[in-house]
Design a protein around this ligand. Structure first.
Ligand code: KIV
Length: 266
């Protein structure tokens, strides 16, 4: 696979071909995902839950993220590597810049920040310094305590209008990509239509420009036994992990995943 760049992603959005992203935390899975055709590897701070066994992403450190980003980089073959800035690593602008630099130096091509319209200044400062940013909106797991649980966001007209306005503002501030988590499908479709940058969804319906899942979820592995509605277990119909990841890639490209049963309504 030729190296996936921002130009590649823009081209995929323009021609209506879905972008496939998957979380990844080590070199072997990075190679396996690339061989299966995954275009974007996300070193998500979900590693705090699926690798470290915490009950939220809050304990994850920048050092943890840098370690796993460097591991993924060693196995990568052409995918775009996106690394999460973990909880409170963007408490100040200076921390945002320094911690993003650390993840870029570990091998990331793009940094993902959780938040909403208030991220505009950080996104602008990072973009000016040559760091592409993905703004993660909707259900942002680092704010689980504020939300009172892992709940769908953007329901009701007022919340929906606010998220749409925030998405536009973050694009104007210089965001290279948006990620929408647990958002009603109709709202995700409106946002995807409203911005020129690619929009990736998880629990946001099939109209977004691409999809992401947590690796362990799509392989049917769960510590808690609670499987979110938007997850599909791709191992069920396959006999190997490479085959399951390839089936996920095919299903996203064919717009067969997510299906209606994985979506949230307004
Ligand atoms: O940390 C993560 O894995 C994520 C995905 C759920 C999008 O942010």
């Amino acid at each position: 696979m030729p190296d996936v760049t921002l130009t590649t992603l823009q081209g995929l959005k323009q021609k209506g071909e879905k972008i496939v992203m998957l979380t990844c935390y080590d070199a072997t899975f990075a190679r396996t995902a690339c061989d299966a055709g995954v275009e974007m590897l996300l070193i998500g701070d979900s590693l705090g839950m699926v690798l470290q066994g915490h009950d939220s992403t809050l304990p994850v450190s920048v050092a943890d993220m840098a370690y796993h980003t460097a591991s993924v980089k060693r196995g990568n073959r052409g995918a775009m590597i996106v690394a999460d800035l973990p909880f409170m690593a963007n408490a100040t602008l200076e921390q945002t810049l320094n911690n993003s630099a650390m993840l870029m130096q570990a091998g990331a091509h793009m940094i993902k920040l959780e938040g909403a319209g208030w991220l505009a200044e950080s996104i602008g400062q990072l973009a000016e310094r040559g760091i592409p940013v993905c703004a993660h909106m909707g259900l942002t797991p680092q704010a689980v305590n504020l939300f009172g649980g892992y709940k769908v966001q953007g329901r009701g007209e007022a919340q929906a209008e606010k998220m749409l306005a925030d998405a536009r503002a973050l694009e104007a501030a210089g965001a290279a990509m948006l990620l929408l988590e647990c958002v009603p499908s109709e709202l995700a479709a409106r946002i995807t239509e409203a911005v020129r940058i690619p929009v990736i969804g998880i629990g946001a319906g099939s109209a977004t420009d691409g999809q992401v899942l947590v690796l362990h979820d799509m392989l049917g592995l769960s510590l808690s036994g609670r499987v979110p509605k938007f997850v599909k277990n791709f191992m069920q119909a396959q006999s190997s992990i490479p085959a399951a990841i390839a089936a996920y890639v095919r299903a996203v490209k064919a717009v067969e995943f997510p299906a209606a049963e994985h979506e949230f309504s307004a």
